[in-house]
Ligand binder design. Structure first.
Ligand SMILES: Nc1ncnc2c1ncn2[C@@H]1O[C@H](COP(=O)(O)OP(=O)(O)OP(=O)(O)O)[C@@H](O)[C@H]1O
Length: 374
């Protein structure tokens, strides 16, 4: 577990350290105190832009009137009972855009963080996940896939880059500038291969998550029947191999060229897939549910994710922003019991300590105020 955290010029924190003594940590304090900033700092111990999807310069502390974020650092000690690992990330110069990662003092590729820690987060933005825009939902799901299957991020990045290039060529072609047909073919091959890999990883993650949801029963949250729209994902779920899926994607991409060029958008491919969920008990689409119901479904999905990650060598940690929002007292209590039963480390935020009554005596309570720990 993480045994200490140090923030230097990160968001609202000039210099703050927190020594962690319990598996669960409750951060409570008024609005704007800096609670979410702590979760964001912890979410940077995995590749990517963290829980707010922010850029590195945004995270550097700015005094009123300052336009450039300072050089910042987040450091943690990970203690597995046998030995300690020091994890660090930050930028070295004011406004620096590239965050670097250090493990035990050595600069390391961000992907190496996955050998040590797998943060999973739930934020208030997900309260309407199922009625939100499709792209946000797919991104959420891709992150769940990636946490257990790091290659998935590379497939998605390769795919998205090639998709942009293909569209540029097609639009250029439509405007009369000659598009190199060989280059277009090459891009579509790359799209088909990375798209098939991504769809296969998604289908397999979906099956594992559904099994975990089913095994969890309905404790403490309602269950979802998950699905993925998208032809490639359907083929993968039915057992088609990557070559067959890639061949189908190539065919579809080729057929979509004229339409994409005219629309100025890429209308075919697994970037248009979607995660669907049915509230099992009510037999209704999750999208029709209230914020509280959607939150409960998302939390069940996140708990299922944690169950499947628990089998892996790198420890999952749970970051729950505004955890008690939308949850009634019974669900809150059940959530706390569940976190303890999973034996994982969790960081929870909320404005009132009283909302975490069920964790009194079981968690470490930290008062946060104006970028300081009380
Ligand atoms: N780069 C930055 N430099 C300085 N302060 C920042 C920076 N980025 C954000 N802040 C400040 O951090 C504070 C927000 O912190 P945070 O979102 O963690 O609050 P919170 O305790 O989670 O609040 P809430 O309960 O409203 O969600 C704001 O006061 C904001 O101005």
């Amino acid at each position: 577990m993480i045994s200490s955290l140090a923030l230097t010029d990160f968001r609202s924190y000039a210099a703050a350290t927190l020594s962690i003594e319990a598996a669960s940590v409750v951060l409570h304090g008024p609005n704007g105190a800096g609670k979410t900033n702590v979760l964001e700092a912890l979410s940077l111990f995995t590749p990517g832009k963290g829980l707010r999807g922010a850029s590195a310069p945004e995270m550097g502390r700015r005094e009123p009137g300052e336009t450039t974020g300072r050089a910042w650092a987040v450091a943690a000690v990970l203690d597995d009972g046998q030995h300690e690992t020091r994890l660090g990330t930050g930028v070295l110069s004011p406004g620096g855009a590239r965050r670097i990662v250090r493990i035990d003092g050595e600069t390391a590729p961000p992907g190496r963080l996955l050998d040590h820690l797998r943060p999973v987060w739930a934020t208030p933005e997900q309260d309407r996940l199922f009625s939100d825009a499709r792209a946000a939902r797919l991104k959420f799901f891709d992150r769940l896939v990636f946490a257990a299957d790091p290659d998935h991020a590379a497939s998605v990045t390769t795919y998205e880059k090639a998709l942009k290039e293909r569209l540029r060529l097609l639009v250029d072609g439509a405007e009369g500038r000659e598009a190199d047909p060989l280059w277009l073919d090459a891009l579509e091959i790359r799209l088909a291969e990375s798209g098939a890999a991504a769809a296969t990883a998604r289908a397999s993650a979906l099956a594992t998550l559904q099994t975990a949801i089913d095994a969890r029963g309905d404790r403490p949250f309602p269950q979802a029947d998950l699905g993925l729209t998208g032809e490639a994902e359907r083929m993968a779920a039915e057992g088609a191999d990557a070559d067959a899926i890639a061949a189908r994607l190539r065919e579809g991409l080729r057929a979509a060229r004229a339409r994409d060029a005219a629309a100025g958008r890429s209308l075919f491919g697994p970037h248009r897939s979607d995660l669907t969920a049915l509230h099992r008990e009510k037999n209704r689409p999750a999208a029709e549910g209230s914020s509280g119901e959607q939150k409960a479904l998302v939390l069940n999905l996140i708990l299922a994710q944690l169950t499947r990650l628990a089998g892996q060598p790198a420890a999952p940690i749970l970051l729950l922003d505004e955890a008690p929002a939308h949850l009634d007292a019974a669900r809150r209590a059940a959530l706390f019991d569940e976190i303890e039963a999973l034996g994982l480390q969790a960081f929870l935020t909320g404005t009132e300590r009283a909302l975490f009554e069920g964790l009194e005596g079981r968690a470490q309570f930290v008062r946060v105020e104006a970028g300081r720990f009380g």
